[in-house]
Ligand binder design. Structure first.
Ligand SMILES: CC(C)(COP(=O)(O)OP(=O)(O)OC[C@H]1O[C@@H](n2cnc3c(N)ncnc32)[C@H](O)[C@@H]1OP(=O)(O)O)[C@@H](O)C(=O)NCCC(=O)NCCS
Length: 181
């Protein structure tokens, strides 16, 4: 973070205590008004999270799922980003940009080929070097914590990716091998 007063914690999901899940939910609800009640994840639990604190106050959050995907027939490791947000009182202080840069550095260090996310905030990511994927997508459709089936279609300007390894992004079917992020 630019300002030394902000503290960053990286937490493995399975180690997170219930009281922190409640605080994460409260932040997510503040940032995404339609966030599901009582949960700290949208579809499925992530692998780990980055949390930003101003003293005791949780002010930033980013969840990462480590997963293999099938990109046009190639099985590649990726980080999927979800639930990325900064408390409205703390926005425009470079907190989100710094979080993203940390995740990208970790992906490069750990030989993760791509970072992938689904977003409506394209311009934020475009400015940070992410490209649109218009690949046809296949994913496991989960709604209200039930599996409804397998979806397959293009998602117009909804999926964004950044290469963090030596693999170039490829055209062809993007099979998430699980739910969307
Ligand atoms: C998007 C978000 C995470 C950015 O957090 P932040 O800490 O304010 O971002 P930073 O301070 O690092 O970057 C600010 C920059 O992002 C831009 N920005 C902030 N929010 C934006 C948004 N919703 N869409 C597009 N650009 C945005 C600012 O204009 C600024 O632009 P600059 O890089 O040209 O200066 C934050 O606005 C947020 O939590 N929004 C609500 C939840 C959300 O939409 N999350 C993204 C889901 S994928």
């Amino acid at each position: 973070m630019k300002k030394a007063k902000y503290i960053l914690h990286r937490r493995e999901e399975y180690q997170i205590e219930p009281s922190l899940h409640t605080r994460i939910h409260d932040l997510l609800k503040r940032c995404f008004s339609e966030y599901p009640a009582g949960r700290s994840y949208y579809q499925q639990v992530p692998t780990f999270r980055h949390l930003v604190y101003d003293q005791q106050r949780l002010v930033g959050h980013l969840a990462i799922e480590y997963r293999m995907i099938n990109l046009a027939g190639a099985i590649v490791p990726i980080f999927g980003i979800s639930d990325f947000c900064v408390d409205p009182d703390y926005q425009s202080q470079h907190i989100a940009t710094d979080l993203l840069e940390r995740v990208e550095a970790e992906a490069r260090d750990r030989h993760i080929d791509f970072i992938i996310l689904a977003t409506t905030e394209q311009s934020f990511y475009e400015k940070r070097g992410y490209q649109h994927s218009d690949n046809p997508c296949r994913w496991l459709l989960l709604t209200r914590q039930q599996t409804l089936g397998v979806a397959q279609r293009r998602i117009e300007r909804g999926i964004m990716v950044k290469a963090t390894g030596n693999q170039p992004w490829m055209e062809g079917l993007l099979d998430f091998l699980g739910p969307m992020f």
